[in-house]
Design a protein around this ligand. Structure first.
Ligand code: FES
Ligand code: FES
Length: 156
């Protein structure tokens, strides 16, 4: 049975008819065509599907769609300005060489955003903890950590 939910998606009020078993990942990709939300493992283990819900980075592949009723959801599509200017965290990822194949990048950027919104000056350890659930096969993580440090430096 479908249930109509309303929530905020990248700053816009939206509604959707969801089923009980539908994941937030499927809702965002299939109904809203937000393909920056990647499907990797589908089991909550790789972080490719990370989005921000009410300030918390979480894995959309195991999060029930109906639970975003009344919440604020941010995907990678919500970060750049309407004019297409990259968010400072995205700029830092580009500048620090933290993007290679790019599959993990939306998730890592959103985990970084949730961290920096909560803690504008994180330690390296805090950064590594924040992205611990975001697997990257390409970069070895050093550039990702440096990108987040760079982004934190720009904000302060
Ligand atoms: S696709 Fe969601 S954690 Fe891997
Ligand atoms: S840039 Fe390829 S998986 Fe991270």
């Amino acid at each position: 049975m479908r249930q109509v939910i309303e929530f905020e998606l990248n700053g816009q009020e939206v509604s959707a008819a969801v089923t009980g078993g539908q994941t937030l990942l499927d809702l965002l990709r299939d109904e809203f065509e937000l393909y920056g939300v990647k499907e990797g493992c589908g089991a909550g283990e790789c972080g490719a599907c990370t989005v921000i819900v009410d300030g918390l980075a979480l894995t959309a592949c195991i999060f029930p769609a109906r639970e975003v009723e009344g919440a604020s959801v941010t995907t990678i599509e919500g970060l750049a300005s309407a004019q297409g200017e990259l968010h400072p965290i995205q700029e830092s990822f580009v500048n620090q060489g933290a993007v290679q194949c790019g599959f993990c990048t939306p998730g890592n950027v959103l985990s970084a955003k949730a961290l920096l919104d909560e803690n504008p000056s994180p330690s390296e350890e805090e950064i590594r903890v924040a992205i611990a659930g975001n697997l990257c096969r390409c970069t070895g993580y050093t550039q990702i950590v440096e990108a987040i440090q760079d982004a934190a430096g720009r904000k302060s």
